[in-house]
Design a protein around this ligand. Structure first.
Ligand code: IDP
Ligand code: MG
Length: 149
């Protein structure tokens, strides 16, 4: 089992797509183990996107991610990190395959609707940035044995 962090970004919240984004991930069989609506401040944005500091789009990225409330969640499942990245699609929505969230619902790299952790170390770091251990719930759903062999 893996856990991964998602952020339903400001453009998705403003466009009324919170449900659409979460629904696609939930329908895949992934289990939400944490979820909250919050406003990311500049300090948290800079920490979350530290790997991009110094790049030309960094200032715009911090402005974007702090510009509206977001929905932050943790999803759990087998190969959750790769499964979520695949469902989200390529960073540039124009390159993202149809059927992915970005490929179906977005047009520009700077307004690509959703963040997803890109590997095990990143997922662990990002989950810890947004959630305390006690906020990560362990539970079973009746459907789980129909999703996971
Ligand atoms: P990812 O979100 O698919 O992991 P990253 O390369 O980690 O993509 O970039 C983080 C975020 O920074 C992207 O989702 C996008 O919002 C923004 N971003 C990346 N590259 C550009 C760019 O060239 N112009 C504007 N924004 C960008
Ligand atoms: Mg990334």
């Amino acid at each position: 089992m893996e856990r991964t962090l998602i952020i339903v970004k400001p453009d998705a919240v403003q466009r009324g797509l919170i449900g659409a984004v979460l629904s696609r991930l939930e329908a895949r069989g992934l289990r939400l183990v944490a979820l909250k609506l919050m406003q990311i401040d500049e300090a948290l944005a800079r920490r979350h996107y530290a790997e991009h500091e110094g790049k030309p789009f960094f200032a715009g990225l911090v402005d974007y991610i702090t510009s509206s409330p977001v929905v932050v969640g943790v999803l759990e499942g087998p190969n959750a990190i790769e499964a979520v990245r695949a469902t989200v699609g390529a960073t540039n929505p124009v390159k993202a395959a149809p059927g992915t969230i970005r490929g179906d619902l977005a047009l520009e790299i700077g307004r690509n609707l959703v963040h997803a952790s890109d590997g095990p170390a990143t997922a662990q770091r990002e989950i810890a940035l947004f959630f305390r251990d006690a906020e990560l719930l362990s539970y079973e759903r009746a459907i789980d044995r129909w999703v996971v062999e």
